[in-house]
Design a protein around this ligand. Sequence first.
Ligand SMILES: Nc1nc2c(ncn2[C@@H]2O[C@H](COP(=O)(O)OP(=O)(O)OP(=O)(O)O)[C@@H](O)[C@H]2O)c(=O)[nH]1
Ligand SMILES: [Mg+2]
Length: 294
Amino acid sequence: MKSGYVGVIGRANAGKSTLVNVLVGEKVAIVSPKPQTTRDRIMGVLSDAETQIAFIDTPGLYKADNLLNSHMQKTANQTVEDVDIILFVLDAHAGVSQTDKKLIEKFSKNDLPFILVLSKTDIMPESLLISELKEFSEYGFPIVPVSARRGRNVKELLRVIKEKLPGKERLFAEDIISDRSERFMVSEIMREKILLLCEKEIPHGVAVIVNEFSLDEKGKVYKISLDVICEKPNHKAILIGKNGTKIKEISTYARLDMEKFLEKKVFLTTYVKVKEDWRNSAFLMKEYGYDKEE
Ligand SMILES: Nc1nc2c(ncn2[C@@H]2O[C@H](COP(=O)(O)OP(=O)(O)OP(=O)(O)O)[C@@H](O)[C@H]2O)c(=O)[nH]1
Ligand SMILES: [Mg+2]
């Protein structure tokens, strides 16, 4: 038996959550084309007869411009203190910036085994990939190019990770896939649909609170009631849309995903509320679940 914790870190939008979902084989973390999608650390566990790997997905490294964001940065940086291996995901198709290099240097100097993942290889020319492989070839850590979207080279990445696993014991029961509750996932599914269907800063200023999450007596239908908290009255108007069309559209997509995830019918009610500047309020962030000590 080999086992261990793998911290998945990298800049916002690099493809960390997509990769964790593919590695685990289940959707444990939401994904969107907008940076700063992940706000909490989320564990996804891959188990088979001989190995157990606990992947810790983290918020993307990003310049902190409010309290929520600095909390997210702290979460990402602290994760490397509790893991056995660092998997640094670099959006290879976007090219390598000085900031990328600095971050890679910083995290690879840590005492932990370090693996560099070059992501999104399906949408980049081979010549760019070759020059990036060369650029990091002298650092001495393994470099694995992958396309999480196409599942390309993911097996090779698992092989490299398995070689470095330090543990000899099973960490969790074999059927554990995530450390997150169904309630948490339901709120994240709603946030994912808002990220996909709303523009600019609106989704970044949204928090989703689950007020009711209950199964009916026959065990067939979940009754779920959510508050979508946004930062400004004009954001509320946009989220609701003309005659409620926007929030209806968002809620429909969210409900369909929730039904898939819970494998039951869902009766969903959504309320949109305003809490001005909640991302800078320690009190409100706590209320919305963003300052729990890990
Ligand atoms: N073409 C392509 N797109 C990808 C791949 N992996 C991720 N993406 C896309 O990149 C975007 C960001 O993906 P995420 O997995 O949310 O990225 P992240 O690093 O978790 O982002 P944060 O949580 O914001 O830090 C999404 O639109 C994904 O569909 C890939 O292998 N190929
Ligand atoms: Mg993410």
